[in-house]
Each structure stands twice: as structure tokens, then as C-alpha cells.
Ligand binder design. Structure first.
Ligand SMILES: *[C@@H]1O[C@H](CO)[C@@H](O)[C@H](O)[C@H]1NC(C)=O
Ligand SMILES: *[C@@H]1O[C@H](CO)[C@@H](O)[C@H](O)[C@H]1NC(C)=O
Ligand SMILES: *[C@@H]1O[C@H](CO)[C@@H](O)[C@H](O)[C@H]1NC(C)=O
Ligand SMILES: *[C@@H]1O[C@H](CO)[C@@H](O)[C@H](O)[C@H]1NC(C)=O
Ligand SMILES: *[C@@H]1O[C@H](CO)[C@@H](O)[C@H](O)[C@H]1NC(C)=O
Ligand SMILES: *[C@@H]1O[C@H](CO)[C@@H](O)[C@H](O)[C@H]1NC(C)=O
Length: 506
């Protein structure tokens, strides 16, 4: 796997007490004009202290939703960051953009380092690892944005870990770690668990992929996220318990394979480890599937980022992940250009992008995995703003730039990390042409809030920016674009589906 060489950059946050803009209102879709209108009510002068928000609003409730389902809650990391650093809305946007940029490179480098099956399935090549671009490292390199709770061991020890669709391994920091990050709960203590066992050179030991596993003679792993973060330790087995109904009833999953992290480098702040939700045999959904009627499926519904930090996003595993009203779900096939144990991403086939009802002229090469295995398009919960390859991004930006002539463009790249921004100070409503991602068999029709981000500065000015980024490499359909949709990952039938939803109703 790619070893990232990064210039370590210490970014200092200026702690400010800010008058927050409170946005409210709803976007509605005017079918005739294909334009979306958003009514904004801005409370200029209303100040809301943001620092009093509790730092850890981690909801640990897990309950079964039916016979073959399991439900948990995802908590957005940004809320915690916000309260820790008192970030302004603009700083949060910049943080999201920097994190997305770092993650785009990290995910891309993982694919580059892997063996490509070829678009025809015939050729196999090992690709060269690209040099990382020189951008400033983000404050938090944590490869994911949402956390969930997981209990490991007998008796169970409980942890909060990042839920990540961009990686497959489940790992938790262990008590004997020699390189450790700070965590608020006690670390996992294997010697306190009667069911813990290290794996020898068994088949389970090879499940993670040869780049990451060694038998020495214990099974050890080394896993790199590319963005400064990495973890190494014992690849082990223990019982995972998933609470159902209430804290007293659990489903026990014996022999769950996971990493006991002993050398953990990177800024895994405010977490105890990572729950890999990607594809492949060691991922969390794959390993719990036998206990959920073999349904390797999950779905989440990410709440609007503007919502209060106490609001969590539901995630459902198993058959119950599939919405009852199937006719409302749009599906696109999941592609497999690589061995999933090497590159566990959810690849999809993006075919085009339409702005305001017009299909943009974007070469197919901007979306496809090329003959060398570079590029392509993935779904990812851990990327804040969708990253598009430069050809695709430029086409989208040019089209918005040409259509949004009523607004005053302003260069806020330095402040936000996003390149198309407008000053909308004093306006009570703004509108923007619709944005549609045309995936194979299904269009993802984005509501206003899923592609325009609004923010205020301390001087009382308000801005909106196109919440997409240009990037060499692959296209990554990120979590801002997925908010207020139920997004369904069905690895067992190789499909991803979505339907618009008020997440609080799920
Ligand atoms: C954030 O602001 C609040 C009040 O405005 C303050 O009490 C708190 O210490 C600040 N948090 C940090 C991390 O500086
Ligand atoms: C492990 O067990 C010991 C002895 O019962 C206890 O003191 C310690 O707190 C436990 N550690 C964890 C992480 O549970
Ligand atoms: C937990 O759920 C189980 C099964 O539904 C039930 O029998 C038990 O009474 C519940 N316990 C509590 C404390 O609610
Ligand atoms: C963590 O960083 C240190 C110093 O940069 C390095 O020596 C060590 O090998 C790293 N650990 C892992 C697991 O990569
Ligand atoms: C799940 O799949 C395994 C392996 O194919 C099979 O042995 C088992 O019976 C299946 N379980 C259920 C509940 O369908
Ligand atoms: C199911 O979804 C379809 C398409 O969105 C909709 O027309 C229909 O009313 C829905 N049915 C129910 C029972 O919600």
C-alpha cells in the first residue's frame, strides 16, 4: 500500500466566539423550471454561544428493528470538532474541504497500489504508487466522519469507533499499545476477555490482503490510511456483542476478526478505533451477515449537517436495511475493478452530470476506471464534499458560473477550500439550477442543500459555495451529497440504492 509522505503542518485554530447565522427553511423542487429555490431566514445579530455544546453526544443505543435487522446510530464528527474548536461555519467548510482532499488522495493511492483486474477482467497489473500532492495536511486526518458504538470481548468492553465505508478492517486501540492516541474510554484489554484469541497463520489471517498481514508467527496486521494515519498490531478474534432492544439483550457474534491496535499513528482523536463498512470478507457488514440471515446489506440516512448535534443518523444492518417501499428506491450496480480484499471501495458507474436539466459535455474518461486502473467513481460516507476529476469538475463549475449570474462571485478559496462562491449578503432567498448525477440505471437528483453550502462570517456577510471539489484521480460521491437520503449498500446483490428521506422517520 502507498506510504504517504506528507509535510507535517500544524494548523492553529483561532478560537473565536462567533455570532452564528441560523439558517432555516426548506428547499422545494419547481418541476417546471428545474430550478430549486431555497428560502433562507437569516437571523443577523442573533448570537448563539456554540461552546456550550457537549463534546460527546455519542448515542450508544442499538436496537433490533425486526427479525433480521440491527440498528445503531451514527454521530457526525463535525459536531464534536465544532464544539472543541468553536469553528465558525466557514472554518467548518474549510475543514471539510481539506479533509475531503486528503481523503481523496488517500483512497486513490490505495487503488493505485493494488492489482487491477482490468475493465475487461483480463489484464492484471500492479500499478505504480503516485506521489502525494503537496497540500497542507488537515487538522484531523481521521478517515471517516461518523462514529458508532461496538462492544468486544467477554465480558463486553464498549467502544466508540468511526464508521468508514472506505475501509474494511475493524480495529480498536489495545491496552498494550506502544504508540497510542488519547481516548476517553479505557482501551481494549485482551487479557480481560475470556474469548480473545490471536490468530496464527490461519485462513482468517490471510483474509485482510497480503499487503497488510504477516505471520510472525502470530497474525499481525499493518494498515495504512495514506493520510498520515496508520495502525498496526495483532489480528485477532473475539466475540462482538451487539445490543438489541435494550442494554441487557445482545446478539453475540463469536470469532469476529479484528485488529488489536498496538502502534497507532495519526489523529484518531475522539475515537477508539474504526469500524470498516467497506466490501470484502473482514468488513463489519460481511462478518455480521451470517447472524442477519446472510444479508450483507446496510443503509444509513445522514441528517442535515445544520441540524443539532444531538440528532443522530440511523444505520441499519441486515434485511431491515431495505426500505419497505421498494418502488421508491433507485438502484445502480456496484462494480468490481479490483479484488475487494485489496480495494474494498463501493465502485459505481457514473455516466454523466446534468445541471439545470442540461447534460454537460464531459468525456467518459472523466468517470471511468482507465486501462491502468486509475480513476472511476466510488460512494463514500467519509468524504465531506464530492470530489470530481478535473474535467468533470470544470464542466460543472463553468455551467454554474454561467447560470448564477444574478449573484456576486467572490473568491473564498483560501477561507473555504471551495472554488465557486457567491456573496449573498442581504438576500432572503437564493436559487440555483438543479444538479443531477447520472449513475448507471439511476439519477441522483440533489436537493439544494446537497450541493450548495451556505455560511456566514463574523462581519455579518453571508455566502454560498458549490459544495464540490476538483481533484485528479477518482470521483468520490461524498456525504454532503448523500444527506437526507436513505442510502442502501447491498453487497450481496452488488447494488447501491437511495431514496430521499427525512432521516428522523427512519
Ligand atoms: C468555545 O467558546 C466557549 C464560550 O464562548 C468557551 O467557554 C470555550 O472555552 C470555547 N472552547 C474552546 C475549546 O476554546
Ligand atoms: C481489566 O481487569 C482488571 C482486573 O479486574 C481491571 O482492574 C481493569 O480495569 C480491567 N481493564 C479494562 C480495560 O476493562
Ligand atoms: C430487554 O429486552 C428483553 C427482550 O425484549 C426483555 O425481555 C427485557 O425485559 C428487557 N429489559 C429491560 C431492562 O428493558
Ligand atoms: C509511527 O510513526 C513513527 C515515527 O514517525 C514510526 O517510527 C512508526 O513506524 C510508525 N508506526 C507505524 C505503525 O507505522
Ligand atoms: C448463510 O450462508 C452459509 C454459507 O453459505 C450457510 O451455511 C448458512 O446456512 C446460511 N445461513 C442462513 C441463515 O441462510
Ligand atoms: C412508494 O413509492 C412510490 C414512488 O415514490 C410512491 O408513488 C408510492 O406512493 C409509495 N407507496 C407507499 C405505500 O408509500
Amino acid at each position: 500500500m502507498a506510504a504517504g509522505r506528507y509535510k507535517p503542518v500544524v494548523t492553529t485554530f483561532i478560537i473565536l466566539i462567533l455570532a452564528c447565522q441560523i439558517w432555516s427553511g426548506a428547499a422545494y423542487n419547481n418541476q417546471q423550471s428545474k430550478w430549486l429555490t431555497k428560502h433562507m431566514i437569516s437571523n443577523h445579530g442573533t448570537s448563539r454561544p456554540v461552546g456550550h455544546r457537549a463534546d460527546r453526544h455519542l448515542q450508544e443505543t442499538t436496537r433490533a428493528t425486526g427479525k433480521y435487522g440491527l440498528r445503531a446510530s451514527l454521530v457526525n464528527e463535525d459536531h464534536k470538532l465544532h464544539s472543541r474548536y468553536n469553528l465558525s461555519s466557514m472554518e467548518r467548510v474549510k475543514h471539510g474541504a481539506e479533509k475531503s482532499r486528503a481523503r481523496a488522495w488517500s483512497l486513490e493511492s490505495k487503488a493505485r497500489a493494488a492489482t487491477f483486474y482490468g475493465t475487461s477482467g483480463a489484464g492484471r497489473k500492479t500499478l505504480q504508487v503516485a506521489e502525494p500532492p503537496s497540500y497542507e495536511a488537515p487538522v484531523e486526518a481521521t478517515p471517516g466522519s461518523y462514529s458508532m458504538s461496538i462492544s468486544i470481548g467477554t465480558p463486553p468492553q464498549k467502544f466508540i469507533a468511526i464508521a468508514d465505508t472506505g475501509s474494511d478492517l475493524v480495529w480498536i486501540q489495545c491496552a498494550a499499545c506502544t504508540e497510542c492516541f488519547q481516548q476517553s474510554s479505557p482501551r481494549f484489554e485482551p487479557t480481560n476477555s475470556s474469548t480473545y484469541k490471536n490468530l496464527g497463520c490461519s485462513t482468517e489471517c490471510t483474509a485482510l490482503g497480503s499487503n497488510e498481514i504477516q505471520c510472525t508467527p502470530q497474525c499481525t496486521y499493518s494498515y495504512q490510511y495514506g493520510d498520515q494515519s496508520n495502525t498496526a498490531g495483532d489480528f485477532a478474534q473475539d466475540t462482538v456483542s451487539l445490543a438489541i432492544h435494550n442494554e441487557t439483550t445482545s446478539i453475540l457474534i463469536p470469532g469476529f476478526n479484528f485488529g488489536c491496535g498496538l502502534q497507532n499513528n495519526g489523529t484518531f482523536t475522539d475515537t477508539d478505533g474504526i469500524v470498516g463498512l467497506a466490501r470484502g470478507p473482514v468488513s463489519f457488514p460481511s462478518q455480521i451477515a451470517p447472524y442477519l440471515n446472510n444479508a450483507t446489506k446496510f443503509s444509513y440516512c445522514l441528517v442535515d449537517k445544520q441540524s443539532e448535534s444531538t440528532v443522530t443518523s440511523p444505520i441499519i444492518f441486515g434485511e431491515d436495511a431495505v426500505p419497505a417501499n421498494l418502488s421508491a428506491v433507485l438502484y445502480t450496480p456496484v462494480m468490481t475493478p479490483y479484488d475487494v480484499s485489496m480495494v474494498p471501495f463501493y465502485y459505481v458507474n457514473l455516466q454523466g452530470i446534468a445541471v439545470g436539466g442540461t447534460n454537460l459535455r464531459i468525456p467518459a474518461s472523466a468517470f471511468e476506471v482507465d486501462a491502468n486502473g486509475n480513476g472511476g467513481t466510488i460512494f463514500d460516507s467519509g468524504t465531506t464534499y464530492t470530489a470530481l476529476t478535473d474535467d468533470a469538475y470544470t464542466a460543472v463549475e463553468n455551467e454554474y458560473s454561467a447560470l448564477l449570474m444574478d449573484y456576486t462571485p467572490v473568491n473564498l478559496f483560501q477561507e473555504t477550500g471551495l472554488s465557486l462562491c457567491y456573496d449573498i449578503t442581504g438576500l432572503t432567498a437564493v436559487k440555483a439550477p438543479t444538479l443531477v448525477f447520472q449513475f448507471e440505471n439511476a439519477d441522483f437528483d440533489l436537493p439544494f442543500d446537497n450541493f450548495m453550502v451556505m455560511m456566514g462570517d463574523t462581519a455579518g456577510n453571508t455566502y454560498m459555495c458549490l459544495a464540490l471539489m476538483g481533484q485528479t484521480g477518482m470521483n468520490i460521491f461524498g456525504n454532503t451529497q448523500q444527506q437526507n437520503f436513505q442510502v442502501l449498500y447491498e453487497e450481496d446483490v452488488l447494488k447501491i440504492g437511495w431514496l430521499p428521506l427525512d432521516c428522523t422517520t427512519l
